[in-house]
Design a protein around this ligand. Sequence first.
Ligand SMILES: NC(=O)c1ccc[n+]([C@@H]2O[C@H](COP(=O)([O-])OP(=O)(O)OC[C@H]3O[C@@H](n4cnc5c(N)ncnc54)[C@H](O)[C@@H]3O)[C@@H](O)[C@H]2O)c1
Length: 256
Amino acid sequence: MTRVLEGKVAVITGAAGAIGMATSRLMAERGATIVAVDIPGTDWSKLKAALPKDTRLVTAEADVTDEPSVKAYVEKAKAECGRIDIFFNNAGIEGPVQPIESYPLEAFMQVLGVNVAGVFLGLKHVLPVMYAQGAGSIINTSSVAGLTGATGMAGYCTSKHAVVGITRVAAIEAAAKGVRVNCVNPGPIESRMMQSINTGQSGDPKLSHDLISNAVPAKRYGTPEEVAGLVAFLASDDATYCNGGFYTVDGALTAA
Ligand SMILES: NC(=O)c1ccc[n+]([C@@H]2O[C@H](COP(=O)([O-])OP(=O)(O)OC[C@H]3O[C@@H](n4cnc5c(N)ncnc54)[C@H](O)[C@@H]3O)[C@@H](O)[C@H]2O)c1
């Protein structure tokens, strides 16, 4: 395994979830220090067990929708590691699966709160750190639901389209300051989140899983590790001219 991220400090939100954990592991294997951020009360044991033994790990508990908590995890990263080279702005929730006419406003606002305001607040507080360094790479997590619609997913699709928009704004603002901002757009990934969406879609998660797998040209869901590979590339110095883009990792779903 090449240690192309040796010496770099990576802040990862939603680090205790499927994609955050796989990305934390891959970046740690490639030499990065990991600052893992997740919701207060997180059990970190699974993440710790997943990381290589020699990983330098800092954990921070924060609700990404709460600005003082976001400030606090950024300050902790700076205080304990001195810098932030990589920011994987990844925490997110799926919300309910409901047609618009019965989608509760409260749930809609909650999904926008985590998936949009959470991403915005992360950018707001990490960008100045990277500007001061004159370098950094940020990867926001959007989704194929940020590029196309999906029945019953008004909150989620709206929020993930917004992530593409804010990625573009941030990239334009940051490019001349040496900072890159991109987003990744995963398709269906084997995970708790897709299980929850599949259950909401039909009450029979296996049926939904089979139908969606069949609609993907690759005929399967992806794995968290396949998303991590793309994120780690965008984070690295192999991607120095990748800026302001969105990158699908979806088995050709959105190409079809
Ligand atoms: N799983 C998929 O198929 C899929 C596909 C496309 C995009 N995504 C996106 O990838 C990202 C990660 O998804 P995942 O599959 O790993 O889901 P997950 O539920 O396993 O992980 C999400 C993590 O975010 C954390 N989180 C939620 N709300 C938070 C908050 N307010 N403050 C701090 N942390 C919070 C959760 O505790 C959890 O650990 C999400 O943004 C999701 O929308 C997932």
